[in-house]
Design a protein around this ligand. Structure first.
Ligand code: ATP
Ligand code: MG
Length: 361
């Protein structure tokens, strides 16, 4: 069976280092591993509109930002298909049919939706589209027959919902859809990178992000004002590592080699953590080290972005070609789905023959 990846991002802002460690970096590695037959990377504009219906400009403007972030991080249009969700109406049609296989009680139980609803403060005025976006995500994943969905931890309930839809669809209508699996980051700090303010998740919608496109000065400012251990007031005080965002970011980004380059008093992160816990290590020193580590990771990405920014029409052309190619694949899946569901009336000679036979005697 082919190995196929589908994953993507909502165009609600530029991509940040949470996206990078949670999914984007992995996608680039998987793309370059040559192990996958097809890789689809989707800019989920229709999904972004489910909670931004009154702000279409935001979604429109961020399509190009996300595409630039993709390509500057190393996604290569000759190896991965980059596409825009709304250009593929087949996805909407699949969503409509899958909606019949999901109960409202099941949607209510989705923990990511629950926390996102709270974060967005919808109260009781929840847009139906937002409430049901896990179903549309199942359409996205299955339309491309994805076997593998590399994402951060927050997407686990979405992939589980997709698996249930696949199982139920195949049970009722016969084996048609491919069962996908989630591929989570192996480094636990990357499952859900916290915000610079220490909040549980770095998120475009919360404004607590270090963006892939941030200039060096912005990165430094953000790192130096990051949340640490609020009880670590004096250098000599013992410090806490748990819940200390600076150390979580180091867990996500730093390697032993970074110590040789920027902080040779220590051999590795464990030694640095031990010193912090004992007391006698100030936040500023740790933050300066983190700043060096992040700057090193983001510099080549930012430089590639500045190059790509010189030819915006080319980026739109990549998206257009990718969307056209992806649409053909989604259309093929939709026709298989409709055949399984017995709503392919005009393509089914058996139906027409049987219809005639009924009136021939
Ligand atoms: P929004 O606030 O609009 O939902 P977002 O920042 O949550 O934006 P998404 O576009 O919803 O970003 O998520 C895109 C991908 O990035 C998903 O695979 C998600 O799991 C991953 N991701 C997002 N934020 C983080 C994070 N803080 N840590 C790890 N992965 C993340
Ligand atoms: Mg999100």
């Amino acid at each position: 069976m082919s190995k196929i990846i589908l994953t993507g991002d909502r165009p609600t802002g530029k991509l940040h280092i949470g996206h990078y460690v949670g999914s984007l970096k992995r996608r680039v590695e998987l793309q370059n591993s040559g192990e996958f037959d097809k890789i689809y990377i989707m800019i989920a504009d229709a999904q972004a509109l489910t909670d931004n219906a009154d702000n279409p400009e935001k979604v429109r403007d961020n399509i190009i930002e996300v595409a630039l972030d993709y390509m500057s991080a190393g996604l290569d249009p000759s190896k991965s298909t980059l596409l825009i969700q709304s250009t593929i109406p087949e996805l909407t049609e699949l969503t409509f049919y899958y909606a019949n296989l999901v109960t409202t009680a099941r949607l209510e139980r989705n923990p990511t939706i629950k926390s996102e609803l709270q974060m967005r403060g919808f109260g009781s005025s929840i847009p139906v589209g937002f409430y049901t976006y896990p179903i549309s995500q199942a359409a996205d994943i299955t339309a491309f027959k994805a076997t593998t969905v590399p994402t951060g931890e927050d997407q686990m309930p979405m992939v589980e919902q997709t698996q249930e839809i696949v199982q139920r669809f195949n049970f009722i209508y016969g084996e048609t859809l491919v069962m996908p699996h989630i591929l989570l980051p192996t480094n636990s700090a990357c499952l859900r990178l916290p915000g610079t303010d220490g909040k549980a998740k770095m998120s475009k919608s919360l404004g607590n992000c270090i963006y892939l496109s941030d200039e060096p000065d912005d990165i430094k400012k953000k790192v130096m004002s990051m949340f640490t251990d609020p009880d670590h007031l004096k250098i000599e005080d013992p410090g806490k590592i748990e819940g200390n965002t600076v150390f979580t970011y180091l867990d996500a980004f730093c390697t032993d080699e970074h110590f040789g380059r920027y902080l040779p008093d220590y051999n590795n992160l464990d030694e640095l953590k031990d010193h912090y816990k004992r007391g006698g290590l100030g936040d500023v020193k740790v933050k300066k080290f983190l700043n060096n580590v992040i700057q090193e990771e983001l510099e080549p990405i930012r430089n590639r972005r500045h190059e790509l920014e010189k030819d915006i029409p080319y980026i739109y052309d990549v998206l257009k070609k990718g969307s056209e190619a992806a649409r053909e694949v989604a259309a093929q899946t939709l026709s298989e789905v409709k055949a399984s569901m017995k709503i392919n009336y005009f393509d089914d000679p058996e139906l027409i023959k049987a219809g005639q036979a009924k009136y021939n005697n």
